[in-house]
Design a binder for this molecule. Structure first.
Ligand code: FPP
Length: 232
């Protein structure tokens, strides 16, 4: 099997999965966080080099406060576990998104996770937290404009490569395959610049029920596609 270099995932359906079992939404998020561990392991075993997951979007703040709190609590617990997992599995972890808006203790945990795993050479694992593609691009444009206003950058020096180097995903290759679980077929402000030529795969399976077998199925479909990088 020819595995894609970079797989990006929108982990959708935690709430609906929990409701189908007569359980509260936060139960679905907790199960979803277990699936993250399962899928990082599977990605690593399959030889995928880059995996990026959408854990919390810039729009997710508008959910009820108790759900946001529960997601942040899960994030804390997950990052702590991830520090150990990264060391065990040689995994380099980076957070994308506007982390300056997160609680100070979460920012500290993120710094510890990124610093401690920076030298690992296995799976490159990106977690999008308080991430939105439009927000990412606006933050990039502001920094570019500041540099230009300071006379350090000429407008004609701005090209695709330079712009990409100002994104949170700098140094990370564009995704080859994007998987969205639970039936919805949209991008929801996820990696819009980076996914210009990415193959899209949608499955009805909700995230808490997603497995290595489902990941393999997505890769098999990807392998059957005729990829193009321009002219349609
Ligand atoms: C969508 O389910 C999922 C999210 C809001 C974010 C994903 C979060 C997790 C998998 C758990 C925490 C992650 C980590 C890394 C600790 P939904 O609530 O939108 O489901 P619904 O569409 O069925 O309501």
């Amino acid at each position: 099997m020819n595995v894609p270099n970079h797989v990006a995932i929108i982990m959708d359906g935690n709430g609906r999965w929990a409701a189908s079992k007569g359980m509260p939404r936060n139960y679905g998020h907790a199960k979803g966080s277990n699936t993250v561990e399962l899928i990082t392991q599977a990605a690593s075993d399959l030889g995928i080099k880059y995996l990026t997951i959408y854990a919390f979007s810039t729009e997710n703040w508008s959910r009820p406060a108790d759900e946001v709190d529960a997601l942040m609590k899960l994030m804390r617990e997950y990052i702590k576990r991830c520090i150990r997992k990264a060391a065990k599995n040689n995994m380099k972890v980076r957070i994308i998104g506007n982390t300056s808006k997160l609680a100070p203790d979460i920012q500290e945990l993120i710094a510890e996770l990124e610093t401690s795993s920076a030298g690992y050479t296995g799976l490159n694992f990106q977690i999008a937290i308080n991430y939105g593609s439009r927000d990412e691009m606006i933050r990039a444009v502001r920094r570019i404009a500041e540099k230009s206003a300071d006379g350090l950058l000429k407008p004609e020096e701005i090209d695709e490569e330079l712009f990409a180097s100002y994104l949170d995903t700098k140094e990370i290759p564009d995704p080859d395959l994007m998987i969205r679980t639970s039936g919805e077929q949209r991008l929801s402000n996820y990696l819009l610049w980076q996914m210009a030529y990415t193959e899209l795969y949608f499955t009805d399976v909700p995230w808490p029920a997603f497995t290595k077998e489902e990941l393999v199925k997505a890769i098999e479909v990807y392998n059957g596609r005729n990829r193009r990088f321009g002219n349609i």
